[in-house]
Design a protein around this ligand. Structure first.
Ligand code: HEM
Length: 190
């Protein structure tokens, strides 16, 4: 698989090679393009909870060693608080997602996990009037989001050689597919 690199950064390769998957996920979640019903919002939060729980379980099952790993607990806790606020218990139907088989693949998964907080600020602002009390997940780390993202990118870039980019991209695509498969169940009739 030929990996297009601009300015040689791994992040640029990841952004280019996953751009379509990100756009497909945005359109399936359809969070911003119409008035969102409470049930519509609950469905999206349940999809995210299922996908995130599956990723966490796969990471805990894997024996891969990486000198850095995300703190998954915050975002699952925020999702559960938002679902409770909307009168819903997380379904907990995690899929037996295998996840990447090596550390390079997991750097790709962590890119998707950490990167997914970037759009959150945007989404929290857009949904504030409709769901003011259940935006913990999308508000996320708030003002600290940018610095967390830059710290993650530095860790990732310092631990991966250019010849290994394709394996990180493969892990990121596999992880986007996990979220797409969860969103698939809820593709809304337009
Ligand atoms: C409707 C839902 C979503 C919207 C509106 C959205 C929007 C955004 C925005 C505005 C950015 C920042 C782009 C930039 O700084 O150039 C971003 C980045 C990103 N998002 Fe999303 N996002 C959504 C859902 C998701 C989901 C569910 C995931 C993963 C599970 C995800 C993964 C990422 C990643 C990995 C990046 C970083 C891309 C980069 O390298 O700059 N996004 N998103």
């Amino acid at each position: 698989m030929h990996i297009q690199t601009i300015s040689g950064s791994l992040r640029e390769s990841l952004r280019i090679e996953t751009r379509e998957l990100h756009a497909e996920l945005e359109s399936r979640m359809a969070l911003l393009d119409r008035p969102l019903t409470p049930q519509g919002y609950i469905d999206v939060l349940l999809q995210l909870h299922n996908a995130l729980s599956s990723m966490v379980e796969a990471w805990h099952r894997s024996e891969v060693e990486i000198p850095w790993s995300p703190d998954f607990s915050d975002r699952l806790r925020w999702l559960e608080a938002d679902l409770r606020e909307l009168g819903q218990k997380p379904a907990g139907n995690t899929t037996a997602w295998k996840g990447p088989s090596d550390s390079l693949g997991w750097w790709g998964s962590f890119y998707v996990y950490e990167g997914s907080s970037l759009g959150g600020q945007f989404i929290a602002r857009a949904l504030h009037d409709s769901f003011p009390n259940s935006l913990n997940y999308f508000s996320g780390y708030g003002a600290a989001t940018g610095i967390r993202w830059r710290n993650f990118l530095m860790e990732m870039e310092n631990n991966v050689r250019p010849s290994e980019y394709k394996d990180v991209v493969a892990g990121a695509r596999l992880s986007f597919q996990l979220f797409l498969d969860q969103a698939e169940g809820k593709k809304r009739a337009s």
